[in-house]
Design a protein around this ligand. Structure first.
Ligand SMILES: C[S@@+](CC[C@H](N)C(=O)[O-])C[C@H]1O[C@@H](n2cnc3c(N)ncnc32)[C@H](O)[C@@H]1O
Length: 276
């Protein structure tokens, strides 16, 4: 559930970034998988809604090629409410092929930069990246991947990281600092990533947190992985708008609570409507 939980915060950070430049930024989603972050950001869709679609037995029965064709139409049928354009990096070729095929990502790179060098073509794709983001990926990827990406970008991008609390961020922060980026961690809020797969994963996470001196009470001890929000960016940007001023976390916002009043922007002005 982390892409869903992260989205409102990603939106706030992208809005802050956009107000600095006035242009739609290019976001590189590292470990983008099938383009889920782009889907929940660009379209009025939630993980629950998507899950309902893809878990249907009729959907599970169709071929990948048919799914790409249907999903290209599905995503094109929603208004794009995104504040950014998305490109992605993942080690999985089928995931990137799907995400670019359905139009969630403008371009995709299949690579494992933990072990491989960045190709000239991939460097060209990420050259004008404004924002790098990742959910559920740090741990699989380290400062090796981020260092190679940063070396290929012409600007000094903002880096939005949702990182499980059991993964230390020191090496990444040091890699970013070498390139003139300062790192802030949002205090007072955590973001639920997912359930534990099994009892072994639960116990191993609690043991790791205990070794790190991180208190799991009321968080991971309740059976869910929690991530921190970490933002890295040029020092002048951080000084101008501190992270605490950009991000407001509204607890309970994603819960299904029945019909509610919303504003609809129409030609004749704002209208009030009841959304089911
Ligand atoms: C847990 S999934 C997270 C996917 C998505 N960001 C989300 O939050 O739902 C981790 C993703 O990282 C990708 N990944 C693992 N190792 C990687 C690497 N070395 N380089 C790029 N992507 C990698 C996997 O293929 C997978 O899509």
């Amino acid at each position: 559930m982390i892409p869903d939980v992260a989205e409102p915060v990603v939106r706030q950070i992208l809005a802050a970034k956009t107000s600095a430049t006035g242009l739609k930024p290019v976001v590189l989603d590292v470990g983008c998988s099938y383009g889920i972050n782009a889907a929940v950001h660009r379209f009025p869709l939630t993980f629950g809604g998507l899950r309902h679609r893809y878990a249907r037995r009729e959907m599970r029965a169709i071929s990948s090629e048919t799914l790409v064709r249907l999903d290209r139409n599905f995503y094109a049928a929603w208004p794009d409410v995104g504040l950014a354009r998305f490109i992605g990096l993942d080690v999985s070729a089928p995931a990137i092929s799907y995400a670019t095929g359905v139009g969630l990502l403008e371009q995709g790179i299949v690579a494992d930069l933990e072990t491989e060098t960045l190709s000239t073509e991939s460097a060209r794709i990420i050259h004008s990246t404004d924002v790098i983001m990742s959910t559920g990926c740090i741990g699989y990827v380290t400062e090796k991947t981020f260092g190679k990406i940063l070396d290929a970008t012409e600007k000094r991008p903002w880096i939005i990281s949702f990182v499980l609390r059991m993964f230390p961020f020191d090496s990444l922060a040091a890699t970013f600092a070498k390139r003139g980026l300062v790192t802030e961690r949002l205090t007072g809020a955590t973001f639920i990533q997912r359930r534990f797969r099994d009892a072994e994963e639960f116990e191993s996470c609690l043991a790791t947190l205990a070794t790190l001196g991180v208190d799991a009470a009321g968080l991971e001890s309740e059976g869910l992985f929690h991530a921190d929000l970490i933002l890295s960016r040029p020092e002048a940007d951080a000084r101008a708008t501190p992270l605490e001023d950009i991000v407001t976390v509204a607890s309970g916002r994603g819960r299904p609570i029945g019909p509610r009043y919303v504003h609809i922007e129409r030609g004749e002005g704002l209208q009030v409507a009841l959304e089911p």
